[in-house]
Design a protein around this ligand. Structure first.
Ligand SMILES: *Cc1c(COP(=O)(O)O)cnc(C)c1O
Length: 416
C-alpha cells in the first residue's frame, strides 16, 4: 500500500491538504482509463517530494553554472546511466521538462526554421507537437502530415514512403498519441534512409512497452527518440531524449541553453528511481499485462457492439468509435464520468467531427494494470462501459453501474 505523506501540510495548510486527499480518493474510487496516465510507485513519489527540488544546476553533470552540484551530478549521471541501459541508448539527456519541450529541442537542434518535416496528423493519432497548425511545430516548420489507411485504419508504409519521396522532409517523425497498433520502426528507418531524412521517434505513450520488451525498441538505430517518463513508463512527469552520439552535442545545446534553464533535479532523481524499477524483471510482466488487459477490454467492447478502430489493439490503448452505438465522443466521456470511469473523447481516423466534437473515445490500461487488475477485471470494466453507453440517458441505471465500479475499486485500493 502506498502512502501520500502530507503529515506536516495537514496542519500548515488544511485547504491544500484537503484537496490533495480528495484527489487521492478520486483516483482510487474511479477507473482511470486515460491512456497517458499512470500511478507512480512510492519511491518515485518520495523522490519527487525530496530536497533535490531546492537546488539550481544549470548546465550538465560536471559542467554546471552553479556550485554545490556534486550530489546532483551523481543523481543525474545515475538517471542517464540507467536510461542508457534500459533503452540501449548511446546518449541520453534527462533534462527535458516534459514531452513537448523534448520534441521542440530536437527540432531546434536538427531543423532550420521553415524546414520541411513529416509527421502524423493529430486527428489520426499524432501529437500536437507533430506539426499541428495551432502548435509551435506547425507555425515554425513546414510540417507535412501523413495519416492511416482508410480501410485498415493502420499505417500504410508504402504511402508514407511515397509521400516522403515527394515532399523530401529533413526529418520524419514516428510514434503517436492515439494509435493502437505496433509501429514498424525498421520500415521508418528505411524510409528515412531513402530520402536522407533525420529519423526521429516520439515514443511517449509506448515507452513502458518498449522498456518491458513488448514492443520493438527503435533507440539503437534511430537518430533521436524522445519520450515522456510519466505515461506507460510509470515515472515522474517529465521527458528525455535519447540519440546517437553524433547528435548529442547539438541536442544537449538545444535543451540548455537553447530552450530551458535549470533542470528539475527532484524529478531527475525520480526518473532514476523509475528507470531502476523498469530494469527489474517484474516490469516485463507489467508491460505484458498492460497489453493483455487492453486486448481483453477491446474484445469485450466489440463483442458488445462498439466499433473498435482497426479491429483491436497491440498496445495499451483502444480507440472506440461510439457513433456505432449512436453517441458522440463528448457524450460518451461525460456518461462514463458519471459512473466513475475516466477517459477522453478522441477523434477516430477520417472523423467527420472536430477534436472538440469527435466520434470516439480513447481508453488505456496502464493505470488499472498498475493497480493489479487483470483480464477478468478488464472484461468487467468493458461491460460497465458498454452498459453505461447504451443507457446514457437512464440516470438510475448509471447510478447502479457507478456502485459496481466503486465495488470493484474497493478491492484495488493503492493508497493508505
Ligand atoms: C503526451 C505526449 C507528448 C507531450 O507530453 P507533455 O509532457 O504533455 O508535454 C508528446 N508526444 C506524444 C506522442 C505524447 O503522447
Amino acid at each position: 500500500m502506498y502512502k501520500q505523506h502530507l503529515d506536516y501540510l495537514k496542519d500548515q495548510d488544511s485547504k491544500v491538504f484537503e484537496l490533495l486527499e480528495k484527489e487521492k480518493e478520486r483516483q482510487m474510487e474511479g477507473i482511470e482509463l486515460i491512456a497517458s496516465e499512470n500511478v507512480v510507485s512510492q519511491g518515485v513519489l518520495e523522490a519527487m517530494g525530496s530536497v533535490a527540488t531546492n537546488k539550481y544546476s544549470e548546465g550538465y553533470p560536471h559542467k554546471r553554472y552553479y556550485g554545490g552540484n556534486d550530489v546532483i551530478d551523481e543523481i543525474e549521471d545515475l538517471a542517464i546511466d540507467r536510461a542508457k541501459q534500459l533503452f540501449n541508448a548511446e546518449h541520453v539527456n534527462v533534462q527535458p521538462l516534459s514531452g513537448s519541450p523534448a520534441n521542440m529541442a530536437v527540432y531546434f537542434a536538427m531543423l532550420e526554421l521553415k524546414d520541411t518535416a513529416l509527421g502524423m496528423k493529430l486527428t489520426e493519432g499524432g501529437h500536437l507537437t507533430h506539426g499541428h497548425k495551432v502548435n509551435f511545430s506547425g507555425k515554425l516548420y513546414n510540417f507535412e502530415q501523413y495519416g492511416v489507411d482508410k480501410e485498415t485504419e493502420r499505417l500504410d508504409y508504402d504511402a508514407i514512403a511515397e509521400q516522403a519521396a515527394k515532399v523530401k522532409p529533413k526529418l520524419i517523425l514516428s510514434g503517436y498519441t492515439a494509435y493502437p497498433r505496433e509501429i514498424d520502426f525498421k520500415r521508418f528507418r528505411k524510409i528515412c534512409d531513402e530520402v536522407n531524412a533525420f529519423c526521429m521517434a516520439d515514443v511517449a505513450h509506448i515507452a513502458g512497452l518498449i522498456a518491458g520488451g513488448v514492443h520493438e525498441n527503435p533507440v539503437p538505430y534511430f537518430d533521436a527518440v524522445t519520450t515522456t517518463t510519466h505515461k506507460s513508463l510509470r515515472g515522474p512527469r517529465g521527458a528525455m531524449i535519447m540519440c546517437k552520439e553524433e547528435f548529442a552535442e547539438k541536442i544537449d545545446k538545444a535543451v540548455f541553453p537553447g530552450l530551458q534553464g535549470g533542470p528539475h533535479d527532484h524529478i531527475n532523481a525520480a526518473k532514476a528511481v523509475a528507470f531502476g524499477e523498469a530494469l527489474e524483471p517484474s516490469f516485463k510482466d507489467y508491460a505484458q499485462q498492460i497489453v493483455k488487459n487492453a486486448q481483453a477490454l477491446a474484445k469485450t467492447l466489440s463483442d458488445n457492439g462498439l466499433r473498435v478502430v482497426s479491429g483491436g489493439t497491440d498496445n495499451h490503448l483502444i480507440l472506440a468509435d461510439v457513433t456505432s452505438i449512436g453517441l458522440r465522443g463528448k457524450e460518451a466521456e461525460t456518461t462514463l464520468d458519471k459512473v466513475g470511469i475516466y477517459c477522453n473523447k478522441n477523434t477516430v481516423p477520417f472523423d467527420t467531427g472536430s477534436p472538440w466534437d469527435p466520434s470516439g473515445i480513447r481508453l488505456g490500461t496502464p493505470v488499472l494494470t498498475t493497480r493489479g487488475m487483470k483480464e477478468k477485471e478488464s472484461e468487467q470494466i468493458g461491460m460497465f462501459i458498454s452498459e453505461a453507453l447504451k443507457n446514457s440517458k437512464d440516470d438510475a441505471k448509471l447510478e447502479e453501474i457507478k456502485k459496481q465500479t466503486l465495488e470493484l475499486c474497493k478491492q484495488f485500493r493503492f493508497y493508505e
